[in-house]
Design a protein around this ligand. Structure first.
Ligand SMILES: Nc1ncnc2c1ncn2[C@@H]1O[C@H](COP(=O)(O)OP(=O)(O)OP(=O)(O)O)[C@@H](O)[C@H]1O
Ligand SMILES: [Zn+2]
Length: 589
């Protein structure tokens, strides 16, 4: 055996293939120097003439150039075909090309095997591959833009990437470089991962994905190794997509300090930057998509040109977007014919795509629980409420007095909602306690999407919040702990009107608190003196007092209606918006 290897090594060197770049390969092709090409999964083995017109063997990393076969034909390459690398990367090719040159018939296998080892060692990338392989690779995600409902703007900005991956040649020829990195920015559950997969699916290219947070838990040095490994593998499969979810976990600004694991993160980040700079996107069309919901904390180095220099905003869906997302997801369940998805879309303002997917699934589970074979409006509405307010908790025993308090409290909220001009319509009132701790609740939902809210609207909202307690006062002459949540929300809103929205006469348009800046404990960053602080407190107090008085006035002026609504609530425990407005209409005419 040993002697065989020695003999073999003597002959090996003259036939050691040289690695060439893909562009050199193309140049050889254009110059008509290529005689034969064997196409492996990751490697192209090329027999071509060198400068001195001697036939030599070369290899290059295979890029997923969809024009490869056309090119080979147009260059007049006579022989080409696939190579089965499972016998060892060079096994087949060597057997057919080199062995006949030797008389070592019968030693072919050994030579093939040993050569393949030699080949491996010449290629450093395959060595690091074994150290870490924690990313996912999907050859075909099977997701297309059709699966991503709404998000039209995001899709539009990603279409160019798809086109580029489809046809890199077109861009290469004109000298255009597409951004290597795109940052998908948006709140959790809005479909960033889905969009990234859709880009890969649309372009029919492989999809490599890894989550930034996985790097943080890594042993020292592993994060960087993993990034290196990921890129080397991806480059071989180019064109392809690399998707880094939660990129903020590695890409946090480096100077923010912190204890432990920081070095690791920095190394990983540096490696990522190095890798991004280290390849030519026009030769190796690898597009890196990264997702974050906190772009502001990212290291500026990540956002420089040539890195993640483009942003794609992925927002929570508006009414039409929600409607479309619902349509995508109801396809997966059996629905009754009379289901009104418009209503569901209306009721779910503020929900993300993931919330909506969740609601549909929840409704299907409920339908099974109800012994049905189709999902109806009822299950859909119930699961929305379960998401927003918690499940009904009917086993909670309340005394009669407690029930009366809750009924007046909720009737108070509902009437303040119905009897002011700028408030959202009431869609449901219930005095059945929920698993989230509420003793009852009043649901009011906007009829249309709102992006701007006026001062008057905010004032009326505060009146609605305070009207629960106000009803207890005017009718039962009592105050209870039941209003604590309302009080907290009303106070917060009044404060924001003054300190953030510039809605007080006293402070005009001075920004007293920054809307986004918060301390570690969640309290807002304050930009004012303690004297101003006192004055703000006074202003807050006066807004609340005014609203409280208005709530009481509304209820006192409509005391009969208040009685009616709470009595009906006590009787039925739960009123729909329609039932409630029936009563209101009677009394308002
Ligand atoms: N626009 C949409 N159309 C259809 N389904 C959606 C949409 N947005 C979200 N979804 C649903 O929500 C699920 C979760 O979305 P995805 O994981 O892509 O969100 P994400 O923005 O990456 O969230 P995170 O920031 O939490 O990782 C998807 O698998 C899909 O079922
Ligand atoms: Zn209340």
């Amino acid at each position: 055996m040993i002697s065989c290897l020695i003999i073999f090594n003597m002959f090996f060197n003259p036939f050691k293939p040289d690695k060439i770049s893909y562009s050199d390969f193309e140049r050889l092709g254009r110059e008509g120097k290529i005689q034969e090409v064997q196409i492996g999964a990751d490697t192209l083995y090329i027999m071509a003439k060198d400068k001195d017109n001697n036939v030599k063997m070369y290899y290059t990393e295979r890029l997923m150039d969809i024009d490869l076969l056309d090119d080979l034909k147009s260059w007049g390459v006579k022989e080409y075909g696939g190579v089965d690398e499972s016998k060892g990367p060079l096994g087949e090719i060597l057997l057919s090309w080199i062995i006949p040159l030797f008389i070592f018939i019968g030693l072919g296998k050994i030579i093939g095997m040993t050569l393949s080892k030699g080949m491996k060692n010449m290629n450093p990338m395959s060595m690091s591959r074994s150290t870490a392989k924690e990313y996912n690779m999907e050859k075909n995600t099977g997701v297309t833009f059709k699966d991503v409902a709404g998000q039209e703007e995001a899709k539009k900005s990603l279409e160019e990437v798809v086109d580029y991956l489809h046809n890199p040649k077109k861009y290469r020829e004109i000298g255009a470089k597409l951004p290597k990195g795109l940052l998908l920015v948006g709140p959790p559950g809005t479909g960033k991962t889905l969009l990234a997969k859709a880009v890969a699916g649309e372009a029919h290219v492989p999809f490599f994905s890894i989550s930034g947070s996985e790097f943080v838990q890594m042993f020292v040095g592993m994060g960087a190794a993993r990034v290196r490994d990921l890129f080397s593998k991806a480059k071989k499969k180019a064109p392809c997509i690399i998707f880094i979810d939660e990129v903020d976990a590695i890409g946090k600004a480096r100077d923010t300090g912190g204890i432990g694991g920081n070095d690791e993160r920095e190394q990983t980040l540096n490696q990522l930057l190095t890798e991004m700079d280290g390849f030519d996107s026009s030769e190796q069309p690898v597009v890196i998509l990264a997702a974050t919901n906190r772009p502001e904390i990212l290291d500026k180095a990540l956002l420089r040109p040539g890195r993640f220099d483009r942003r794609v905003i992925v927002n929570k869906p508006d009414f039409i977007g929600r409607r479309k997302i619902l349509e995508v997801h109801v396809k997966k369940v059996k629905l009754e014919d009379n289901v009104n998805l418009d209503n569901i879309a209306k009721m779910t303002a503020g929900s993300s795509g993931a919330d909506l997917a969740n609601i549909i699934n929840e409704a299907a589970l409920r339908a099974v629980r109800h012994g049905k074979d189709k999902v109806s409006q009822r299950e859909l509405e119930e699961s929305i409420e379960a998401v927003f307010a918690g499940e009904a908790k009917r086993d909670r025993i309340m005394s009669k007095e407690e029930k009366i308090s809750v009924a007046y409290h909720e009737a108070g909220h509902a009437l303040a909602g119905a009897l002011q001009e700028r408030t959202d319509p009431v869609t449901k009132i219930t005095i059945v306690p929920t698993t989230m701790g509420a003793l009852g609740y009043t649901l009011s939902l906007p009829t249309e999407e709102k992006y701007l809210v006026s001062k008057e609207e905010l004032e009326e909202k505060i009146v609605v919040m305070l009207a629960g307690r106000a009803a207890e006062e005017v009718k039962l002459n009592q105050v209870s702990t039941g209003a604590s949540n309302d009080i907290e929300k009303a106070t917060e809103m009044a404060r924001r009107m003054i300190t953030i929205y510039g809605m007080s006469d006293k402070f005009d348009m001075v920004g007293l608190e920054s809307p986004s800046g918060r301390y570690m404990d969640g309290t807002p960053v304050k930009n004012y003196s303690s004297q101003t602080g006192k004055e703000i407190d006074e202003e807050v107090l006066s807004i609340i007092k005014r609203a409280h008085k208005k709530a009481k006035d509304i209820l006192v002026n409509n005391i009969e209606l208040l009685d009616k609504v709470s009595n009906l609530l006590l009787e039925k425990e739960c009123l729909s918006g329609d039932e409630f407005y029936e009563l209101v209409k009677e009394y308002r005419i």
